[in-house]
Structures are given as C-alpha cells and as structure tokens.
Design a protein around this ligand. Structure first.
Ligand SMILES: Nc1ncnc2c1ncn2[C@@H]1O[C@H](COP(=O)(O)OP(=O)(O)OP(=O)(O)O)[C@@H](O)[C@H]1O
Ligand SMILES: [Mg+2]
Length: 357
C-alpha cells in the first residue's frame, strides 16, 4: 500500500537551494536512501530518537514534505509525479493525525470532522450521514456540539481520528499521535486505532519514540537513526532480538532489564582464563526456560545464577527475558550457550566477569 524507494530529504536554508547546495554546510540531511514497504491492512511503526527524521519520513508519504530524491508510491500511485490537483485528490486517500491534534478551536466537534468533506464540496445531508457514524465509531456521538476547549486530550485525538477518516482514506499516518497523552488515554487511543485497522482494513503507518506503542499495536517496526532505516523486523522478533545497538538500547530502556550496576562495572569485553560469561536470554512462550536451565547443570555441568528475569506479553506472544551468569569452565559455558541456542533461546553475551573463587 505504501512503498518508499531510495527516498532522501535534505533541508536547505531559505534561498540557498541551488548554487553549491550539496556542499552547503547549513544543509540538513534528514533522510537518506530510505526503503520502506507497508502492505495493505498492516500497522507499521517507525521508531527513533528525537531528530532522527521520523516526522520528515511520514510527511514525505503524503508529500507535506517533497522528497529531494526517490519514489513514494501510495495505493499504486507515484505521489512525486502528480500534478497539484491530482495530489490533492490522492491526499483524500491518506488521513493524518498529529501529536497536538490540530483541531480548529472555532469549530465544534461535528464541524471539525465535517471540514474535509466541506472542502471536497460534499452536500450538508451527505456530510451528516458520513460524520455521525464516525463520531459513534470514535465514541464521541454525545459530544457533536462541544468545542475542542471543553475536551480532554484523548477526546481531541478521537475527533482528529474521525476527521482523518472522513474522506474514507486507505492509509492513516500518525505522527506521535499519543505522545501528548497519559498512559491510560494512550492505551485507549491505541485500542481505537487497532479497532479501526481491523474493522476498516485501514493501513496504518505510525511514528513514535515509545516502545510501548510499537509493542501494543504494530505488526512490523523499522528503526530510524540519523535519517537512515537501520533495522526492520516483525515486532515479536524485534522485542526478542533486536539486531542493532540502537535497537538493543531501545529495548533495554523499555524493559529496564540491565545487569546490576556493580556487575556492569566489572564486565570485560573479552573472556579471560578465569572469567565466566554474563548473558541475556530471550525466549518466546513456547521455549520453556526453567527445565532447560536445570538441564544445563545436569548435561553441561554449568550452574546458572539468575540476576534478573521478566515476562512480557507482545501481542499474542509471551516473551521471557533473563539476565544470568553462567558459572563453570570456559569450554562448558560455551557448550551451554550452544545448547540454549539449539533450543531456540536467543543468547547475547553481555560480557565476562572474573571468577571470585
Ligand atoms: N523544515 C525544516 N527545515 C530544516 N531542518 C529541518 C526541518 N524539519 C526538520 N528538520 C531537521 O531534520 C532532522 C529530522 O527532523 P524530524 O523532525 O524529521 O525528526 P523527528 O525524528 O521527527 O524528531 P522528533 O522526535 O523530535 O519529532 C532534524 O535535524 C531537524 O532539525
Ligand atoms: Mg517529529
């Protein structure tokens, strides 16, 4: 439904677009060579730190920002080649919601949702027929005549969602849609987005800096860093075993699962003659960790000292995580890691510590 190929975006200071632009030290490369494919009906998250290029990326999809290079295809249409009028038409098929809702304060709830339809020239009766069910869908049918100032943040975002859906889009773009909301309201907005995705088959591309958002509703996730997509994975896989350092940092921050500080200070990168490994184990619900760990002692002669453990639900999957020291001679601990990996546990060696004995 959405395909970006080799998309780049450089911001130039005003009026300095042309002569020597490429070497202009004031130019900001916000996106470079971004490839992204979001299939119809899926929810795709893009996560990254502040300034990574998330908003630029999502705004390139509906051409609120025109890419400096590359191709943007939405629902089979190459967006970068459309005339102004055709682009306007194409944008009816792409709804968007924002962190700060962007409602018109002088219009009540009904009229905010009706606005895009008025701009499309729809008749008042037809507008009513479209808007009322949308207000019901977002749970605001009793608030049609309220003004935004009287609404909570969550209710404002519901209005914004109804407005984004008014033109019956195929794609919904969400730019940090829950970042201004408290955790509980965030949960209810995410549940609404999931419901819309399932009921209407709407394709959703959302950007966020919160792992919780990715965990709750996304099917796949991309990680953006300095304008480049550095990792892409199915959400369960990303939470089990992120492939990049930045991915691991996001995950560790989210899970708050780190070895104790005193141990981190003692961690060495390379194993020595008298060291043992500290590992992070991740396993999905099917791999049962506890018998495996007692078998490690029996079959590999390695004792496991569990430092931290956690169970997370990632959509339908249960994910177990553990930080542990493997105690035993080097050849045995190596064998133990092989054994765990052969039983579908993901093992990451965080470092090595000197044995106390
Ligand atoms: N209109 C603009 N003109 C010049 N530079 C810009 C413009 N918009 C964004 N940038 C720069 O492009 C880079 C990416 O910005 P962007 O807003 O896409 O990041 P972001 O990931 O959305 O950040 P945040 O999480 O803070 O919203 C940043 O260095 C930013 O300063
Ligand atoms: Mg942003």
């Amino acid at each position: 439904m959405i395909t970006l190929r080799n998309v780049s975006k450089t911001y130039y200071p005003k009026g300095r677009r042309r002569a020597g632009a490429d070497s202009d030290p004031a130019a900001v490369v916000a996106l470079s060579n971004v490839d992204l494919h979001v299939p119809q009906g899926s929810i795709h998250g893009v996560i990254g730190l502040s300034g990574a290029g998330k908003s630029t990326l999502i705004r390139c999809v509906n051409l609120l920002e025109r890419p400096s290079g590359g191709s943007v295809c939405v629902d089979g249409q190459e967006m970068t080649r459309l005339s102004a009028a055709a682009l306007n038409q194409a944008r009816h098929r792409i709804g968007m919601i924002f962190q700060h809702f962007n409602l018109l304060t002088t219009r009540n709830v009904f009229d905010n949702v009706a606005l895009p339809l008025e701009l499309m020239g729809m008749k008042r009766a037809a507008i009513r027929e479209r808007v009322l069910p949308l207000l019901e869908l977002v749970g605001l049918d009793d608030k049609a005549h309220q003004y935004p100032a009287k609404l909570s943040g969550g209710q404002k975002q519901r209005v914004a969602i109804a407005r984004a859906l008014a033109s019956e889009p195929k794609v919904l773009l969400c730019d940090e849609a829950t970042s201004a909301l408290d955790p509980q309201t965030t949960g209810s907005i995410l549940a609404l987005l999931r419901d819309i995705n399932q009921r209407l088959g709407l394709t959703i591309l959302l950007i966020t800096h919160e792992m919780e958002v990715v965990k709750s509703i996304c099917h796949r996730v991309s990680l953006i860093s300095d304008g480049e997509l550095v990792e892409e994975a199915e959400v369960g896989d990303f939470f089990t075993a992120p492939r990049t350092r930045l991915g691991r940092e996001f995950l560790n921050d989210f899970l708050q699962l780190e070895p104790p500080k005193a141990l981190i200070e003692r961690l060495e990168e390379t194993p020595g003659a008298r060291t043992h490994p500290v590992v992070r184990l991740a396993f999905s619900g099917d791999a049962v960790a506890t018998p495996l760990i007692s078998r490690l002692a029996r079959e590999c002669g390695v004792d496991v000292s569990i430092l931290q453990a956690k169970v997370e639900s990632i959509q339908e999957r249960t994910l177990g995580l553990m930080i542990a020291e493997l105690l035993g001679p080097a050849d045995k601990t190596r064998q133990a890691i092989d054994y765990l990996e052969s039983h579908d546990l993901h093992v990451e060696v965080l470092g090595h510590v000197q044995r106390d004995d």
